[in-house]
Design a protein around this ligand. Structure first.
Ligand SMILES: Nc1ncnc2c1ncn2[C@@H]1O[C@H](COP(=O)(O)OP(=O)(O)OP(=O)(O)O)[C@@H](O)[C@H]1O
Ligand SMILES: [Mg+2]
Length: 412
C-alpha cells in the first residue's frame, strides 16, 4: 500500500486538522506499530535518536499500546500526546487519534497558543533575571564604593592619628623648651649687663693705676681681644636664641592643639611658619623659597588642619625638586571672596598618566618605606570636604607642578 492509498482512507479526518495547524505531525500506524505513513513533521519527532527502534515506542504518554486498545471506531482520543525517547527529545502535541479498520491515524499539532504562552513566560523570566542581574551589579558597585570610602576613611584616621600624635608631641616639646628658653634669654640679658659693668670697672681700674704688671697680664690673657669679642658673641647668641624662639612659635602655630578648631585668620602667618618648619628639608634639597603673597583676607578655617595641608604640599615639592630648585608660595584674594593659594615647584612635574590618581589614598610613586601616599588624599579631604574649597594639581611634565588651594570666606 503506497502513501497516497493510505491517506485516501483518511481524507475526512485530515481535512479537520490540516487547515488550522501551524506545525502538523501525521502518522498512520498498523496495530503492531508499523508506520504505514509518516509526514515530515511526524518523521522528525519520531525519527532522530534511535532509528532502529520501532517507531511507535516513541509514543510515551499515552503509549501506543494504550491507544490501540481504546474501544470504538472513529475519533478515539483527543488530548495531549507526549512523544519522545524519555530523556533527550520530548515533544508534547495537541493530538487526535482515529481508528478505522485496524489502522490508526494520529494527527498532532504543536500547540501554538501554548508555545506563545511559554515564550512569553520565558521572555518574562529572562527579564526578571536581567533585572536581578542589574540589581546585583548595582549592589556590587555600591559595595565597592563603600569599600573605597572605608579605605579612605581608614587612611584619614591613620593619618589624623599620626598628625595628632605628632602635633601633641611637638606642642609638648615646644612647651618644654619654652621654659628654659625664657630663663636663658633672661639670664643672657643680665649677663650682658654684668659683662658691661665688669668691662667698665676694669677699664676704670686701669685708668686709675696704669702699672707695668697690669699691662703684662692684659697681654697674657688677651683681654683686649676678649673684651671686643664679648659684644659679637653676645649678639650672635641673641640671634641664635631669637631663631629658637621663632621655631618654637612656629611649632606652636603648627600644632595649636588646645584652641578651638574654627577660627577666622589671615593665613599668611601659617604659611610662613610652615615653610619655616620645613626649612631643614628645604635646605637639604637646596630648595629656594620665593614668596608671591598679596594681602590675604581672613578666612574661617581650621588653621591646624590647613597647616598640615601646607606641610604636605611643601614636602612633596621639596621631594620632587630633589636637588636644587625653586618653590614659589603664592596667595591672593579671590574675586568671589576667600583666598587662592598656590605652591609651584620646578621639579620634574607629574606625568599625565598619573595625575588623575595622585589624590587617591595610598597612591605613591615613592620607594617603599618613604611615602605612604596619604599626603594628598588627606589634603584633599581637608580642603574639599572639610573646608568646602578646591584643591587642584596642574603640571607640564618637565616644567614642574603647581598645586592650587581655593578656600571660601566661610566654612560650609
Ligand atoms: N610637587 C609634585 N611634583 C611631582 N609629583 C608629585 C608632586 N606632589 C605629589 N606628586 C606625586 O603624587 C604622589 C602622591 O603624593 P602624596 O603626597 O599623596 O603621597 P607621597 O608623597 O608619595 O607619600 P606621603 O605624602 O604619604 O609621604 C607622589 O608619590 C608623587 O608621585
Ligand atoms: Mg606627600
Amino acid at each position: 500500500m503506497n502513501a497516497s492509498d493510505v491517506l485516501d482512507r483518511w481524507t475526512a479526518e485530515l481535512a479537520s486538522v490540516r487547515h488550522d495547524s501551524m506545525a502538523l505531525a501525521i502518522g498512520v500506524f498498523a496495530r503492531d506499530g508499523v508506520a504505514l505513513y509518516l509526514n515530515q513533521g511526524m518523521a522528525v519527532i519520531l525519527g532522530g535518536a534511535a532509528p532502529d527502534q520501532p517507531r511507535h515506542h516513541y509514543l510515551v504518554n499515552p503509549p501506543f499500546e494504550t491507544l490501540v486498545n481504546l474501544d470504538g471506531e472513529g475519533l478515539i482520543f483527543n488530548g495531549w500526546l507526549t512523544v519522545g525517547d524519555g530523556y533527550q527529545r520530548i515533544h508534547t502535541l495537541r493530538a487526535r487519534v482515529w481508528r478505522k479498520t485496524g489502522h490508526w491515524l494520529i494527527a498532532g499539532e504543536f500547540d501554538a497558543p501554548e508555545l506563545d504562552r511559554l515564550t512569553r513566560e520565558l521572555v518574562r523570566t529572562n527579564q526578571e533575571i536581567n533585572n536581578l542581574q542589574r540589581e546585583l551589579i548595582r549592589k556590587n558597585t555600591r559595595l565597592s564604593q563603600t569599600l573605597d570610602e572605608l579605605r579612605t576613611t581608614q587612611a584619614m584616621l591613620v593619618h589624623a592619628e599620626k598628625m595628632n600624635a605628632l602635633g601633641q608631641l611637638m606642642a609638648g616639646v615646644a612647651h618644654e623648651i619654652n621654659n628654659p628658653l625664657a630663663f636663658v634669654i633672661g639670664n643672657l640679658s643680665c649677663l650682658r649687663d654684668s659683662i658691661e659693668t665688669v668691662t667698665q670697672a676694669y677699664q676704670h681700674l686701669e685708668a686709675l693705676a696704669p702699672t707695668e704688671p697690669a699691662a703684662v697680664l692684659r697681654r697674657r690673657y688677651d683681654l683686649d681681644f676678649i673684651l671686643e669679642d664679648f659684644t659679637e658673641l653676645l649678639s650672635a647668641t641673641d640671634d641664635g636664641l631669637a631663631r629658637i624662639r621663632k621655631i618654637i612659635t612656629d611649632l606652636q602655630t603648627f600644632s595649636r592643639h588646645n584652641e578651638a578648631e574654627r577660627k577666622t585668620v589671615d593665613l599668611t602667618e601659617n604659611l610662613r611658619s610652615t615653610v619655616a618648619l620645613a626649612h631643614p628639608e628645604l635646605r637639604r634639597r637646596r630648595v629656594e623659597v620665593r614668596w608671591a603673597l598679596s594681602r590675604l583676607p581672613p578666612v574661617e578655617c581650621d588653621p591646624a588642619e590647613l597647616n598640615q595641608v601646607f606641610m604636605n604640599l611643601i614636602v612633596n615639592a621639596a621631594q620632587a625638586i630633589a636637588d636644587g630648585g625653586v618653590l614659589t608660595v603664592g596667595g591672593e584674594p579671590r574675586a568671589e571672596g576667600g583666598v587662592r593659594l598656590w605652591f609651584q615647584d620646578t621639579g620634574p612635574g607629574i606625568p599625565p598618566e598619573i595625575i588623575g590618581r595622585i589624590f587617591d589614598p595610598f597612591f605613591t610613586t615613592k620607594p617603599v618605606g618613604s611615602g605612604t601616599g596619604l599626603g594628598l588624599s588627606v589634603s584633599y579631604t581637608i580642603v574639599v570636604k572639610r573646608h568646602g574649597g578646591r584643591l587642584e594639581a596642574a603640571s607640564v611634565p618637565g616644567q614642574g607642578a603647581t598645586f592650587t588651594i581655593e578656600l571660601p570666606e566661610r566654612l560650609p
